[in-house]
Design a protein around this ligand. Structure first.
Ligand code: XLS
Ligand code: NI
Ligand code: NI
Length: 446
C-alpha cells in the first residue's frame, strides 16, 4: 500500500513558475561537482520526529497534521506503520540517511524494561528495511527532555535517581545506535540548563553533565559502537539558560572536561540565531577549533524569535553555510545535513512534508553550487590574502614568528606619523564584496 500520493522526486532543473509537479530544481544527486557527487557533499537526512511524529502543534493550538497512518489507534500498530511510511518516504524523496530519538520510534512502557521491549520491536523492523534499502542512520539520540521525570533536567537533574535513569535509557540508545550502524551519536541537552540561578548549583550540574558524557563515551567504546559523538549547542528554550549555549561555550566546556578528543559539534541554524549569531558564525567557530561534526539544517524567523524549525529556504544563509563547508572540504568526518525542520501549522497535508524537504534540499544544493563557483574563482580567497598581506614579510612576519617583543614594536612605531599609519590601512570595500556575492548567487543559479 502506498502511504504517500507522489511519484519519486526527480531532478527537473530550474523552473520559472510555481511548480505543479514535485521535483528538484538545484539538487541533482548524481551530478559531480567540485570533485564529488552532490549527494556526497550534502548527505541529506530526514528527521524522524519532525517528519513522522510532529502533529504541528504550537503553544496556542492543537496539532493540525493529517498523516497517512492516523487510522491506527493502537500506539504500537501506529509505530509499526510509521516505519513502512518512513521507508517509502525516504525512497520517494531520494535520501540515504535518517535520524531519530529513541522516543520517536516507539511508545514508552511503565518501566524501562517495557519501554526497551517496545523500542527493540520497532528497531528490528528498521534493521530489516536497512538490509533491503541500504538506508543509513546519520545519527541517533536519546530523548531526555519530554517526559515529566526530566522536569529539572536529565544528567543535570538535582535528583540522582533521574541521572541514573537517564544513563540507563542512554545505554540502550547507544546499543540501538550500534545495531542500526549510526555514523554519529548526538547529545542535545534538552533540559540541561537552569530556570533560575537562585536554586541552582551550576558547577555541580556541569560536572554531572561531563561525567555523563564520559560514561557514554566509555560505554560506546566498550560495545564497539564507533559513531562520532556530537554535542548540539542551543542557548535557551526550553530552559532559561542551556549549558551548551553556543559553539564557543560548548567548546570551552569540552576542553575543560577533556571531551574534545571524543566529541565534536552538531550545529543548527535556528539555534545559532537564538544565540544571537549567524549559522555561518557557528560553523566557522567549530571549524576553527577542528570540531565541526554535523549540521542540523533549518532556519528561524527573526521576527518570531523562537526555535520554530522552518525548512531552510533563505539562499543567502545556505550560501554562507555551504561556503564554510566548501572551505572545510566536507561537513565533518561523518557529517550531513539533517532536516531538523517541520512544515508550518497551516501546511498540514501529507505532501507538505515533500514540499518542505524539496525547498530545503534545493536551497542547500543551490548554496553548494554558488559556494563552489566562488571558490573556483578565488573570489574571497584573493581578497582575504591581500587583506593580511602585511604579515607575510617584514614586521608582520616577525610578529607571527614570535621574534619581536613590545620594546621592538615600540622602536618600530615610535616615530611613525598618523599619515603613515593611515596609509598602512585600506578600505575593505565591503559593499563591493556583497554586490559580488549577489552576482554569484544570481549568475550561478540562472
Ligand atoms: C531541539 C533540537 C533537537 C535535537 C535532537 O531544538 O534541535 O531536535 O536536534 O534532540
Ligand atoms: Ni537539532
Ligand atoms: Ni532545534
Amino acid at each position: 500500500m502506498a502511504y504517500w500520493q507522489v511519484n519519486k522526486i526527480k531532478y527537473i532543473g530550474p523552473h520559472q513558475s510555481l511548480k505543479s509537479d514535485l521535483g528538484f530544481q538545484y539538487y541533482n544527486p548524481e551530478e559531480i561537482i567540485g570533485g564529488k557527487k552532490m549527494k556526497d557533499w550534502l548527505r541529506f537526512s530526514v528527521a524522524y520526529w519532525h517528519t513522522f511524529d510532529q502533529r504541528l502543534v504550537d503553544p496556542f493550538g492543537d496539532g493540525t497534521a493529517i498523516r497517512p497512518y492516523d487510522k491506527y489507534s493502537d500506539p504500537m500498530d501506529q509505530a509499526l506503520a510509521k516505519v513502512d511510511a518512513a521507508f517509502e518516504f525516504y525512497d520517494k524523496l531520494g535520501v540515504n540517511y535518517f535520524a531519530f530519538h529513541d522516543r520517536d520510534l516507539a511508545p514508552e512502557g511503565d518501566t524501562l524494561r517495557e519501554t526497551n521491549q517496545n523500542l527493540d520491536k520497532i528497531v528490528d523492523k528498521i534493521v530489516e528495511y536497512q538490509k533491503t534499502t541500504g538506508m543509513k542512520v546519520l545519527w541517533n539520540t536519546s530523548n531526555l527532555f519530554n517526559n515529566p521525570r526530566f522536569v529539572a533536567g536529565a544528567a543535570t537533574s538535582p535528583y540522582a535517581d533521574i541521572f541514573a535513569y537517564s544513563a540507563a535509557q542512554l545505554k540502550h540508545s547507544l546499543e540501538i545506535g550500534k545495531r542500526v550502524g549510526a555514523e554519529n551519536y548526538v547529545f542535545w541537552g534538552g533540559r540541561e540548563g537552569y530556570e533560575s540561578l537562585w536554586n541552582t548549583d551550576m558547577k555541580r550540574e556541569q560536572e554531572h553533565a561531563a561525567r555523563f558524557f564520559q560514561m557514554a563515551k566509555d560505554y560506546a567504546k566498550e560495545i564497539g559502537f564507533q559513531a562520532q559523538m556530537l554535542l548540539e549547542p542551543k542557548p535557551k528554550e526550553p530552559t532559561t539558560h542551556q549549558y551548551d549555549f553556543d559553539a564557543a561555550t560548548t567548546i570551552a566546556f569540552m576542553k575543560e572536561y577533556n571531551l574534545d578528543q571524543d566529541f565534536k559539534l552538531n550545529l543548527e541554524g535556528n539555534h545559532a540565531n537564538l544565540a544571537g549569531h549567524s549559522y555561518q558564525h557557528e560553523i566557522r567557530v567549530a571549524r576553527t577549533a577542528g570540531l565541526l561534526g554535523s549540521l542540523d539544517a533549518n532556519q528561524g524567523d527573526k521576527l518570531i524569535g523562537w526555535d520554530i524549525d522552518e525548512y531552510p529556504s533563505n539562499l543567502y544563509e545556505t550560501v554562507a553555510a555551504m561556503y564554510e563547508v566548501v572551505q572545510e572540504g566536507q561537513i565533518g568526518p561523518h557529517g550531513g545535513l539533517n532536516f531538523d525542520a517541520k512544515p508550518r501549522r497551516s501546511s498540514f497535508e501529507p505532501n507538505d512534508l515533500f514540499y518542505g524537504h524539496i525547498v530545503g534540499m534545493d536551497s542547500f544544493a543551490a548554496g553548494l553550487r554558488v559556494a563552489l563557483k566562488m571558490k573556483a574563482d578565488h573570489v574571497l580567497e584573493d581578497i582575504i590574502n591581500e587583506r593580511y598581506n602585511s604579515y607575510n614579510s617584514g614586521i608582520g612576519a616577525q610578529i607571527e614568528a614570535g621574534t619581536v617583543n613590545f620594546t621592538d614594536l615600540e622602536k618600530y612605531s615610535l616615530d611613525k606619523t598618523q599619515a603613515q599609519l593611515r596609509a598602512a590601512t585600506h578600505s575593505d570595500h565591503l559593499e563591493q564584496i556583497k554586490d559580488t556575492i549577489n552576482h554569484y548567487i544570481i549568475e550561478t543559479l540562472s
